[in-house]
Ligand binder design. Structure first.
Ligand code: SER
Length: 575
């Protein structure tokens, strides 16, 4: 089955079941400064999963381009990719487990579709418990019964806990619920002691897809409540399925990578990394990102520079990228000319300093101090993750705390200047002083709304132009005129306190530990920026912000209106 055939098969099957086919959304989420990339097909649909009406109806399907960098170190194995396409379908408060399971079964086993022998099909269902054995929701026997009704024998249905069979976005917030994963069982070489199941990673099971039953929602991490609207959220990895149905051992043998591997002179871990990162970076550039030192631009830079370093170490010259990009363009839609231009510029920039930077490493014995790691970053353009990787290869330890101190000092010194020049990249649409001020005002507004109307209020979106701030948040009712006045007054009082706005970079887990909020902040292990405004607000955010609230002026709400079920919109300005 070819790549195009598989895509067509998926979409036509679901169209036949009444689904509207929608295009893939951008890889860079719109109006959501708190998340870098689209990581799942459901992400652009969150407002509709929460109850807003989708213009295409209640049955939706598509193939969504996604980026996940949490497993970047695994790239080079048989299946992990940072860029992948997700075959998805959604029920927005329409059909539920019974229908979805019947369709998944049909698509997997019917000779008209994937044709997997029923006895090779194993499925998982949620056992009701978290990973400490604590009950968090009912055991999903319903799901198991529907599989059984299709003919999946009971001993091929595995009940597993939350870590395996519960799906929520990385933040733990928003629509979520038990899921059911489908697996192909190959000939098993394990001994009896293994008691193989799909959670064991013993190599006997190949994951085919994931159907999530979003019957819960969480406004606070760990506090789930039944959702008003029960949805189905399906996500099947296109690359993996293509590889599986054609009997390939790795995705690099399939038509979407094999010609790239050939261009690189043959299969090997280094060739896989270069091929995969070039593909992912091309798709990020295609959706409008340029390499930079913050946000999505930084991840893009990391991918390109990692590819360049790997190519360089393996004596593959710089002419390879254009050839690879042209090949990917044979099946992925993008403007190849622009992608090649952006790519080449970044490759050249890095190649000029790569050799010099590597020389610095030669001098290091045992431990790389923080100042040197920062020097490599600042002067030679080595993303810190790349420095860590090279250090690991050479058995060198890095003083990461020292690196962070050096970085924080540097960012403090350059902050005022860069805010004034509007010289930041990424994050907001416009880089002017006005938008930076409104962005900080948005954080204060969210904190104020939470203080006045409940800590469960979450940001649903933000859009900032130099003229105004548009801010969407969850609330089930309209704000009264005196409440609007109170919000304005509170925000202005905070502004008048002349609070410092402080930024720190830290791993996502640490940010959560200190209680930083961030809607949809599924960064999956990346380093995030946390902006703190006095004792008022602490948010994960790409920035940029002013250094002190005294720079904001007078906050004025111009309009408060509904923008969908349970969502309000505030339009505000700084005078
Ligand atoms: N959201 C689920 C996933 O990403 C299913 O689409 O696996």
């Amino acid at each position: 089955m070819t790549y195009q055939e598989l895509k067509k098969l998926w979409l036509s099957y679901l169209a036949g079941k009444g689904h509207a086919i929608i295009p893939s959304a951008s890889i860079v989420p719109e109006n959501d400064p708190s998340t870098l990339f689209t990581v799942a097909g459901m992400q652009p649909l969150v407002p509709f999963l929460l109850g807003q009406k989708h213009p295409a109806g209640v049955r939706i399907a598509n193939i969504q381009r996604c980026i996940r960098t949490n497993d970047i170190d695994e790239v080079g194995d048989d299946s992990h990719c940072t860029f992948f396409e997700m075959m998805g379908n959604w029920s927005l408060g329409d059909y539920f487990k019974k229908e979805k399971i019947a369709w998944s079964f049909e698509f997997l086993t019917s000779p008209k579709y994937l044709g997997i022998p029923v006895e090779k099909l194993h499925v998982t269902c949620f056992d009701g418990k978290d990973d400490n054995g604590r009950e968090i929701a009912p055991r999903d026997t319903e799901c198991a019964q529907f599989w059984e009704a299709q003919g999946v024998a009971r001993d091929r249905i595995h009940f597993l806990p939350k870590s395996e069979n519960w799906w929520a976005m990385g933040s733990g917030l928003g629509p979520q619920g038990p899921c059911s994963e489908m697996f192909f069982k190959s000939e098993c070489k394990c001994d009896a002691k293994c008691k193989c199941n799909p959670a064991k990673n013993c190599g006997c099971f190949t994951e085919l897809g994931n159907d999530v039953y979003m019957q819960y929602t969480a406004k606070e991490v760990g506090k789930i409540e039944p959702a008003k609207q029960r949805n189905v959220d399906t996500g099947w990895g296109l690359e993996r399925i293509l590889c599986f149905v054609n009997g390939y051992k790795s995705v690099y043998e399939s038509e979407i990578f094999a010609p790239a591997i050939k261009l690189l002179g043959g299969d090997g871990r280094h060739a896989r990394i270069i091929a995969e990162h070039t593909r992912a970076a091309s798709m990020i550039v295609a959706d409008g990102v340029i390499p930079s030192n913050t946000g999505a631009g930084y991840v893009l830079r990391r991918l390109i520079r990692r590819a360049v370093r790997t190519a360089n170490a393996n004596k593959i010259d710089g002419s390879i990228y254009e050839k690879l990009i042209k090949f990917y363009n044979t099946y992925l839609e993008f403007d190849a000319k622009t992608v090649i231009e952006v790519f080449t510029k970044e490759v050249n920039r890095f190649e000029q300093t790569l050799a010099k930077g590597l020389k610095e490493f030669e001098k290091v014995k045992g431990k790389l101090d923080g100042a040197t790691a920062f020097h490599l970053y600042e002067t030679y353009g080595f993303p810190i993750e790349l420095t860590q990787e090279i250090a690991t290869e050479r058995g060198i330890k890095i003083d990461m705390d020292g690196f962070k101190v050096a970085q924080a000092e540097h960012s403090k010194a350059s902050k005022a200047a860069s805010a004034e020049a509007g010289a930041f990249k990424g994050g907001l649409a416009d880089s002017g002083v006005e938008t930076v001020r409104l962005h900080t005002a948005a954080h204060i507004l969210l904190a104020t709304l939470r203080k006045n109307f409940g800590a469960d209020i979450i940001q649903k979106g933000a859009n900032i132009t130099p003229e105004r701030l548009r801010f969407d948040f969850s609330l089930n009712r309209k704000l009264e005129p005196d409440e609007i006045e109170k919000v304005e007054k509170d925000v202005n009082q905070i502004i008048a306190r002349k609070l410092d706005v402080i930024v720190k970079e830290m791993p996502l887990a640490d940010a959560r530990k200190i209680g930083a909020t961030g809607t949809f902040s599924d960064r999956y292990g990346d380093v995030v920026k946390v902006y703190t405004i006095g004792d008022v607000s602490c948010e994960i955010c790409g920035g940029p912000h002013v250094s002190n609230t005294k720079e904001l002026g007078h906050f004025k709400i111009q309009k408060e209106e509904s923008c969908g079920a349970g969502i309000r919109r505030i339009k505000a300005v700084l005078e």
